[in-house]
Design a protein around this ligand. Structure first.
Ligand code: NAG
Length: 146
């Protein structure tokens, strides 16, 4: 009886490194040939991943203000394939005077805001208990949206 238990344990230790490799990977670049899913894009085959998948230059696009006095350049999804599956979200935001980012949620990703110039009030509401966390930020400040 003891031998029967020992063998599966031994096999588990033998397979553990291979299983952990299967569960972790450096990246999952979005395969834009397939449609987006609630869990994100499927991975592009590694053989056709290039450095451009990890590169985004949209932060230099011109500022175009909308009715909320905000200019927004997304750096996720189809705009930035390399960020797919990393639970990260990036945007370049320009807020004009009295500008506001409407209440929204960012599923499956955290964000950090970094203020380049000016002063803003940033905050979020927890989804499970409606607790509000806000902070006034100035140039050089960062705030985390978990
Ligand atoms: C929008 O922002 C610009 C730039 O800061 C400012 O000149 C303008 O007055 C703002 N518009 C409103 C409605 O506050």
């Amino acid at each position: 009886m003891a031998k029967l238990v020992f063998l599966p344990i031994l096999l588990s230790f033998f397979l553990l490194p291979f299983l952990s490799l299967a569960l972790t990977q450096d990246f999952c670049v979005a395969n834009l040939l397939l449609s987006d899913t609630p869990a994100g894009y499927q991975c592009k085959p590694a053989a056709i991943v290039t450095s451009n998948d990890f590169y985004f230059s949209g932060a230099t696009l011109p500022v175009t203000i909308d009715p909320f006095n905000i200019s927004f350049v997304p750096a996720y999804g189809s705009y930035f394939p390399g960020i797919n599956g990393l639970s990260l979200s990036a945007v370049r935001v320009f807020l004009g005077t009295n500008g506001i980012v409407p209440l929204h949620n960012v599923p499956r990703a955290s964000q950090i805001i970094f203020v380049v110039k000016g002063t803003i009030m940033a905050g979020f509401i927890t989804s499970n208990s409606n607790v509000v966390y806000t902070k006034t930020l100035s140039q050089g400040d960062m705030f985390l949206f978990p």
